[in-house]
Design a binder for this molecule. Structure first.
Ligand code: BTN
Length: 241
């Protein structure tokens, strides 16, 4: 594996924003880490609450090619599978909520946000951000309007942030090249075996509307297949409510 560069920022607004702002000077596969984040960004314009030092705030700078490839859109799902494998090594049974939330016992433990950096018509690279709750206090969850958990609470002991980060980065780059070549199909089995939404009646929030139906599976491109009577919806973005 190529040598990884790592940048540690004690306190930053957002590792994703910082990596995007500095994309020109950052090498492929640079790992950007922060001690704390003041304005963590989440999916669908949400914020990612900072639960303090000891939690993981990380962005991977990826420059796989000069032009955007459709497989890049599934990197968040690839990372969710990698995260599940790392959590399984701690003896847990993580589940994936489409498209890329990772849950333990129904509670969200991590969030993943991919952002493409494009200037004019030039593709500069991707910033794949992940936040994992590793060492949190139950009381801190009061600021979050979702059911959430943290690894230390699931294990009933403190978690070594550096060890966790190393395991996750290693897992990610182990099969990264093969994933880029093959896309979602390469991880489909691993993804589905951890999916918590199959055959369930779902309500999915899209940008300006909601769709309801039974989750029939995911396509070879990682899209959600929702069946509602005669209708079948193929969703590539959204949020299961
Ligand atoms: C979500 O579930 O909405 C995605 C949250 C992604 C949060 C991570 S924390 C590190 C990186 N920097 C950010 O500003 N966001 C991502």
């Amino acid at each position: 594996m190529d040598e990884l560069r790592e940048i540690y920022l004690e306190n930053i607004d957002s590792t994703n924003r910082w990596a995007k702002n500095n994309i020109d000077t950052l090498a492929d596969k640079t790992v950007v880490l922060a001690g704390t984040q003041t304005q963590g960004r989440g999916r669908l314009q949400r914020i990612w609450v900072d639960l303090g030092k000891g939690n993981l705030f990380m962005s991977l700078v990826l420059k796989p090619a000069e032009t955007f490839d459709e497989h890049y859109s599934n990197l968040t799902q690839y990372l969710s599978v990698c995260l599940c494998k790392v959590l399984e090594n701690y003896g847990l049974n993580p589940e994936i909520k489409w498209p890329n939330d990772v849950l333990i016992n129904g509670k969200k433990i991590a969030g993943i946000l991919s952002e493409a950096s494009v200037r004019g018509t030039t593709f500069k690279g991707l910033v794949l951000g992940i936040g994992v709750n590793l060492n949190a206090k139950e009381a801190d969850f009061a600021q979050i309007d979702k059911q959430v958990t943290a690894l230390n609470l699931e294990l009933a002991h403190a978690v070594d942030l550096n060890g966790f980060k190393t395991a996750l980065v290693e897992e990610f780059f182990k099969n990264y090249d093969e994933f880029l070549a093959k896309g979602f199909e390469f991880i489909k089995k691993d993804y589905l075996s951890r999916a918590n939404f199959l055959d369930k009646e779902l309500c999915v929030a899209l940008i300006n509307e909601t769709k309801t139906g039974v989750a029939k599976g995911v396509t070879d491109n990682g899209e959600l297949i929702l069946a509602n009577g005669e209708n079948e919806f193929i969703l590539n973005i959204g949020d299961i409510l």
